[in-house]
Design a protein around this ligand. Structure first.
Ligand SMILES: Cc1cc2nc3c(=O)[nH]c(=O)nc-3n(C[C@H](O)[C@H](O)[C@H](O)COP(=O)(O)O)c2cc1C
Length: 365
């Protein structure tokens, strides 16, 4: 372990990367950096809440998982304890912040550290009108110096790794120039990793949803960024559909981040530990993982959480398995009833045919 504060650690790690590059020691370097970023699950508003994260953690022990974006205003002035609550089982878990004020971001990073998060991430990718009004999210691609100041304020406030999630550029920016200027600014400010959603954001004329599909993906631009910044950890996001594709990108980049494919088909996550990390699968089948969630569901129900708030994240778990549709239908009618109990979940599960780990794996690959 390298001691001596985040900046010294980063410098030593950068030197190590240079001296070890090509010798296949990336894993050790990641360990020294403290977090393994080879596979992460994207921050997704309304989706990656604490129930979703707990569920995903059952399916993979090794993925780095992200919260939904929480604005600095909400952290500083909102219901902080509720917004930042997470279960100890979620680790490693990163808090994603939305904001553009260096001082406020520094303070929020400090609060994230106090709450026990493993990483704090700044959102420079969200294209919604609401965040544009607040001058944060994707529109910050046009202000690399300000983002550098934000990152510097965050890194000096905490020991936690500070990361940024960005786009290739916005509107009519040239992705070659815009992404290069942006990467230089955050690298100099001490960012621990840059996560790049490999498409531009169009702030004028496209909805947030269209902005996830319409601007074309350009993975080659991200590969060129890595070649130009060999000691900066670069994680690729956008359109990664399965674990095979993830594995391919890992040959060229430090990590991959999967969003919709992980959420909509969570069974894929069972392949992450064995295929990407060479470790045992956490559960032999999707059904075994779902059964393991029952104690959590019971605990949360006694705290007043509605059954549907937890089960809504599981609708794709059994895709392709006999009984999957009956499972979804049962939950759709039963889990949203105000008094729905764990019995409704057990009954839905009983409709699904169990399959062994082999089937889950071959489907995932
Ligand atoms: C429902 C939804 C909510 C999202 N919310 C956020 C968010 O809070 N912060 C963020 O950085 N990206 C957010 N995104 C974008 C994803 O993190 C990711 O960049 C995008 O979906 C592309 O990755 P994918 O093709 O693997 O899904 C969201 C995406 C979806 C589908």
């Amino acid at each position: 372990m390298i001691v001596g504060g985040p900046n010294l650690r980063r410098l030593v790690c950068a030197k190590l990367v240079q001296s070890l590059s090509g010798s296949g020691e990336a894993e050790k370097i990641n360990e020294m950096r403290g977090l393994d970023r080879r596979f992460s699950i994207a921050p997704m508003m309304e989706w990656t809440d604490r129930h979703c994260r707990f569920f995903h953690r059952l399916l993979t022990r090794r993925a780095l998982i992200y919260t939904e974006m929480i604005t600095t205003g909400a952290v500083l002035h909102g219901e902080r304890a509720r917004l930042l609550a997470h279960d100890p089982a979620e680790h490693p878990v990163a808090l994603q912040l939305g904001g553009c004020d260096p001082q406020q971001l520094g303070e929020c990073a400090r609060i994230a550290e106090e709450f026990g998060y493993d990483e704090v991430n700044l959102n420079v990718g969200c294209p919604s009108d609401r965040v544009q009004v607040g001058r944060f999210g994707a529109c910050l691609m046009a202000e690399p110096a300000l983002v550098g100041d934000c990152v510097a304020a965050m890194t000096s406030a905490v020991k936690l790794p500070v990361t940024v999630k960005c786009r290739l550029g916005i509107d009519d920016q040239d992705p070659e120039e815009a992404l290069e200027a942006f990467a230089c600014a955050v690298e100099q400010a001490g960012v621990a990793a840059l996560i790049v959603h490999a498409r531009k954001a169009w702030l004028d004329g496209l909805s947030p949803r269209q902005n996830r599909d319409v601007p074309p993906l350009d993975y080659a631009r991200v590969y060129r960024l890595k070649a130009a910044h060999p000691s900066l950890d670069i994680v690729l996001n956008g359109g990664i559909a399965d674990i095979d594709q993830a594995l391919n990108h890992l040959g060229r980049l430090d990590g991959v981040m999967m969003g919709r494919a992980a959420y909509q088909d969570p069974w894929r996550l069972l392949a992450v530990d064995p295929v990407l990390f060479g470790e045992p699968v956490p559960f032999a089948s999707p059904k075994a993982a779902a059964e393991a969630l029952i104690p959590y569901i019971e605990r949360e129900l006694t705290r007043g959480t509605r059954l549907n708030a937890m089960t809504r994240h599981m609708l794709g778990l059994f895709r392709g398995i006999p009984g999957a549709r009956a499972f979804r239908r049962h939950l759709a009618t039963e889990a949203s009833k105000p008094a729905a109990s764990v019995a409704a979940f057990r009954a839905a599960l009983a409709l699904v045919v169990d399959v062994d780990a082999q089937m889950a794996h071959s489907a995932a690959a």
